[in-house]
Ligand binder design. Sequence first.
Ligand code: 5GP
Ligand code: MN
Length: 342
Amino acid sequence: MQRLKNMLTLTELKSLLATPQRIVITTHHKPDGDAMGSSLGLYGYLIQKGHHVKVITPTDYPSFLHWMPNNGEVIIFTEEQEQAARLVEEASIIFCLDFNTLSRINELGELVRAAQAKKIMIDHHLEPEDFDDYRHWDINACAAAQLVYDFIANQLEDVAGINKDVASCLYTGIMTDSGSFRFPSATSEVYRIAANLIDLGAEHWKIHQLVYDNASEDRLRFLGYCLSNKLEVLREYNTAIITVTKEELARYNSATGDTEGVVNYALSINGIRLAALIIERTDKVKLSVRSTGDFPANEICKKYFNGGGHRNAAGGASDKPLNEVVEDFKALLKDYKNQLIA
Ligand code: 5GP
Ligand code: MN
């Protein structure tokens, strides 16, 4: 549902960006490769133009993203709340990347809502909340980083402003959110953009290595443990579930990002249409749900677990104990049996 008009026109936004602004870039809770790639990519572009820019993340993020150019400039809200709040309050422009409801940035959300700044949403998730002044939103985009590329190259008509640092960040976002260019969202256009980013300096082989071959020994052993001991395959529903307790996370010294991608192993089993990773975190139980084809993982997350996401990759949370969440998940499968075995 695209709004009929942006409150700020592209021409107005361009003229605003023609003089140095105080800019905050923010992205979603527990940022992933696309969240950091789109944010640091846009950061790298805007600082060249003489703007005063800060990236503020609501929380920390995985160490396999710390290599990214300008990572040292990121402010983590939970660690520097006062400074972050001041920057949001004083900003003239706030870019909101890879999310579209303010609840996705935790307490930072209400600060952004109250801020005087013009708010620019660049995102590819369903059902945006109406808090922004300018929106570059397309659910068919494979990554927010693809939309940042499009924003710079086509809307601002400044592809020359994409230097090696910017290209590397945007490539990372596109690579991670497209499952390394293998999801249906990785269209020929996405491949063309990736090729352009390589021409602009992104070293695709090195980026792949930095993101995917950067695990701690604990992480790999944790993965092995999950696959040998915690994987449950429900053939009747073509569904696989991996359940992880708080104690197990502690046993493997689990760090932010260590559980990322684990759910995909469950989905990689022959014939499996739906996979869930259900993790007991300190405050709630979190679910990561993945599906193949038309099966709506986001519908399950929205309907039963107060969450959402994309059709094939979604998430949610529950305040119930872990075993009850697992039972709830298994129970709902009955309603989807026809779609799961089709
Ligand atoms: P992940 O399983 O990797 O945490 O998230 C997969 C997808 O689901 C992401 O696109 C993310 O935006 C979405 N998602 C994850 N958790 C939540 C949630 O609690 N609420 C909503 N609305 N979306 C979520
Ligand atoms: Mn994304």
